[in-house]
Design a protein around this ligand. Structure first.
Ligand code: FDA
Length: 500
């Protein structure tokens, strides 16, 4: 008996559906990315101070050695009290044969450092130059100036989080002063904010109202002996200093975000955050957040453990997802100590992890409120694509950018209807220098998105999926052998015939 063969529509298996979803997500990512890039290019064409600044910094930092020496000089400058000291450091850092400066600059510096009156001029010009650079990234020297900056941002429909500069304080007097400045800031700014008109673009999310005032705190600034090796004492002392800040913030309706610092401090930072927020006074308070750094190999574990903890707590917290600002430091310190390096070694690995964690956050947005903090168009576009795929209304996900660095992409995202917050540091130049130098290094690193976008990188490259590059094997030095080579030579890349 002949068996009738029925024409059937093949049922797409789970892997086919997953592949189709991935293609669709990639298509949306590209479309959003292209739209953001077009907006950025339009802003660039309009020119202005960003264009001039980028050209100036570009000229001065074309060469890696020059860049490092220039930033070492900027870092040292606030501590140099006499024109002679400034001139001596300039000579040591910049007037060297291996350092290349723009045409004429070396001759001018050599001339200015010759006599006492010109040395004074040189010192004054150096301080003014550094202050101008700092002004770009630091919103003001005090709360009054910073308040001016954040009201300006609100007028342009951008939210803010204020950060009082300073990290790893060296005395308890400094730590107490830091705590007091935060208390004053929360009190004064919440009084001022009470008179601000409501702005739905910054003060409302689809799931409810958001605090108008938002501050970011580095826990190492609250205790002079912040020491992961003495974890219990550190946790107790920091919690004591943090409680008055949290209580006042809660009473005044102010949001508090805990920043993340170097890897060594991560364990204590998470412990303090979790222990204190499970105390009766704060357990049902949703206006708090923490940072996860995607360049850490164990970032996904941190996020999953945070998810479990938040479910147990019963009230959502915010997670600001960043890539991580201490990459050089982590790499160098681990090598010095002979420890495994906690960060990925390739930029694409960090980018791909950022995308994985973005997805994890957005899937769990009701428990961990996502704040996507990046200046990378591909990373931001990916978040938009994933949010759309999960059916989240616009402005559920928050986008965050740094003052002086990320406003162009922040403006572009806001123009497309997203909710954007600007991280606004303020404070004196001296404690701010570590922050400033990190920003300058980031802005001029060859791996940085900002640098490639500023030099008009190709959309195809800027929006490329990082996953394939992240999975590509790392070539070992000296492995440029074709498959037949090892057999011909009788040994492998390791030499001495050890590899068959
Ligand atoms: P981009 O796509 O250019 O990525 C640069 C980043 O890639 C580097 O910063 C580094 O993490 C990583 N990277 C570079 N070279 C690499 C390599 N060879 N291998 C592996 N990874 C490499 N940071 C932090 O540590 N703690 C914090 O609390 C905050 N807070 C914060 C708030 C806000 C609002 C923003 C926008 C940023 C921060 N950051 C931060 C800084 C953040 O971690 C990051 O340094 C910058 O945002 C740059 O990353 P992008 O995604 O913007 O750019």
């Amino acid at each position: 008996m002949a068996v009738a063969v029925r024409e059937s529509t093949p049922n797409p298996g789970p892997s086919t559906t997953a592949a189709r979803d991935a293609d669709e997500r990639e298509r949306r990512t590209r479309a959003y990315g292209e739209s953001l890039l077009r907006a950025l290019r339009r802003q660039e064409r309009r020119g202005g101070s960003d264009w001039l600044y980028n050209r100036m910094i570009g000229l001065a930092t074309q060469d890696e050695a020059t860049k490092v020496e220039l930033f070492r000089f900027v870092d040292a400058l606030p501590a140099l009290k006499t024109p002679e000291a400034v001139s001596q450091h300039l000579r040591q850092y910049l007037l060297r044969p291996d350092i290349s400066l723009p045409p004429g600059a070396k001759g001018l510096l050599a001339f200015l450092e010759r006599t006492a009156p010109t040395r004074r001029l040189l010192a004054a010009a150096s301080h003014t130059g550094a202050r101008m650079m700092a002004r770009r990234f630091i919103a003001g020297a005090d709360a009054r100036e910073a308040t001016g900056a954040v009201t300006g941002l609100r007028r342009r429909n951008l939210g803010f989080t204020l950060d009082l500069l300073g990290e790893a304080v060296t005395s308890e007097a400094e730590a107490l002063a830091y705590q007091k400045r935060y208390l004053d800031l929360i009190r004064d700014l919440s009084d001022i904010a009470a008179k601000w008109p409501e702005n739905p673009r910054t003060d409302q999310a689809p799931f409810g109202p958001l605090p108008k005032v938002n501050v970011s705190v580095k826990l190492s600034s609250l205790y002079a002996r912040f020491d992961p090796m003495a974890a219990d004492a550190t946790v107790q002392a920091v919690k004591e200093r943090l409680r008055p800040i949290l209580s006042l913030a809660r009473e005044r309706g102010v949001f508090v975000n805990v920043d993340m610092e170097q890897h060594d401090f991560k364990g204590a930072t998470h412990r303090i955050f979790r222990e204190i927020l499970c105390e009766e006074a704060y357990r049902d308070w949703p206006d708090v957040g923490i940072v996860v750094q995607a360049y850490l190999r164990d970032a996904e574990d941190d996020l999953l453990s945070l998810l479990g903890w938040t479910k147990g707590r019963g009230t959502p917290v915010w997670v600001r997802l960043v890539k991580g600002a201490y990459w050089d430091y982590e790499t160098i310190v681990a090598a010095q100590r002979g420890h495994p390096v906690p960060v990925f070694s390739r930029k694409a690995e960090t980018d791909a992890n950022y995308e994985r964690l973005t997805e994890l956050l957005i899937e769990n947005w009701q428990t961990l409120r996502p704040a996507i903090a990046t200046h990378n168009v591909r990373s931001a576009a990916r978040a938009r694509a994933v949010a759309e795929e999960h059916g989240l209304p616009p402005r559920t996900v928050e986008y965050q950018v740094l003052f002086g660095m990320g406003e162009p992409i922040g403006r572009a995202l806001a123009a497309e209807g997203e909710r954007v917050r600007v991280y606004v540091p303020f404070g004196e130049l001296l404690p701010g220098m570590a922050y400033l130098v990190r920003r300058l290094l980031e802005n001029t690193s060859n791996d940085s998105f900002i640098r490639s976008a500023a030099s008009a990188g190709k959309a195809e490259e800027l929006l490329a999926d990082p996953t394939a590059a992240a999975l590509a094997p790392v070539p070992c030095p000296g492995t440029a052998l074709t498959p037949g080579d090892s057999r011909r030579k009788g040994r492998g890349a390791g030499g001495e015939g050890r590899i068959p």
